[in-house]
Design a protein around this ligand. Structure first.
Ligand code: ADP
Length: 213
C-alpha cells in the first residue's frame, strides 16, 4: 500500500538515519536514537507501509528514495476512469435547444451527450454551445440540438480502463470540460459514463485526504 502521510519528528529522524546508514537493522536504528526496538516498531511499520522504507530479512531497512510527492504521483498514475466516472446525462438528437437547456439545469451538469434512436453517441453539447444558440433570434423550442452540437467524428471519448492522468491531459489539450466514457458496440459508441474536471478535482482532494489506495 502506498500512502502519503505527515511524518512525526521521530519518523523523520528514522528516515534520516536510514538514508545515511541504510541498510540498517531495527536494533541499530534504536541504538542511534537511544530507544528500544519495541518503541520504534510502530514507526518503522508506518514508514514501511507508507513506502518510504523497505525492509529485507537479515539486511535491514533501506530508503526507497521516494518522497511524499512522488509517492502521490505514483498513485495518481495508476488511477482508472472506471473508478471515478459519473453517470452520463444524455439527450436524444431530435430534442430542442430549449429542452436541452432545461435538462442541463435539472440534471445539474455542464455537458450533455447526444444520442440517436439506437442510443449511439452522435454529439456533445456544452454550456457555451447552448448559450451561443440562445443569443440568436431563433425560437429555442424550434431548433433541434443536432444542428448546434459538436458531432461525431469530432468527439473525444475515453474507455473505462483509460488512465485518469491521460484523460486530464486530453481535457487540457482539447480545452474541454468532459469526456464521455464509451463502450464500443456495433456501429458506434454507447455512452456508459462521463468524466469531468470536477471528477478530477475531487481526486486531487481525495489523494491528499488519503482516501485513495
Ligand atoms: P464550454 O463551451 O461551455 O466552455 P467545453 O469547454 O467543454 O464547455 O466545450 C467547448 C467546445 O468543445 C464546445 O463546442 C463543445 O461542444 C465541445 N466539446 C465538449 N466536450 C467535447 C468532447 N468530449 N469532444 C469533442 N468536443 C467537445
Amino acid at each position: 500500500m502506498v500512502r502519503t502521510i505527515e511524518l512525526n519528528k521521530r519518523q523523520e529522524q528514522i528516515l534520516q538515519i536510514v538514508k545515511e546508514h541504510g541498510p540498517i537493522t531495527g536494533e541499530h536504528i534504536a541504538d542511534r536514537l537511544n530507544l528500544t526496538r519495541a518503541t520504534l516498531r510502530p514507526d518503522l511499520a508506518i514508514l514501511t507501509m507508507a513506502g518510504y522504507l523497505d525492509a529485507r530479512p537479515r539486511v535491514g531497512y533501506f530508503y526507497t528514495g521516494k518522497s511524499g510527492a512522488n509517492l502521490l504521483a505514483e498513485k495518481l498514475k495508476k488511477l482508472q476512469v472506471k473508478d471515478f466516472q459519473s453517470i452520463p446525462v444524455v439527450v436524444n438528437d431530435n430534442v430542442s435547444v430549449y429542452d436541452a437547456i432545461c435538462t442541463m439545469f435539472l440534471e445539474d451538469v455542464g455537458t450533455l451527450f447526444v444520442v440517436d434512436n439506437q442510443s449511439l453517441l452522435v454529439g456533445v453539447l456544452s454550456r457555451k454551445d447552448l448559450l451561443r444558440a440562445s443569443i440568436g433570434k431563433q425560437e429555442l423550442t424550434q431548433i433541434p440540438v443536432n444542428i448546434i452540437m459538436t458531432r461525431m467524428p469530432n468527439i473525444t471519448v475515453c474507455k473505462k480502463e483509460d488512465l485518469i492522468i491521460d484523460v486530464a491531459r486530453i481535457l487540457i489539450e482539447k480545452q474541454i470540460d468532459a469526456l464521455p466514457v464509451v463502450k464500443e458496440v456495433d456501429g458506434g459508441f454507447e455512452v456508459i459514463g462521463r468524466i469531468t474536471k470536477t471528477n478530477i478535482t475531487k481526486i486531487l482532494v481525495r489523494l491528499v485526504d488519503d482516501d485513495i489506495m
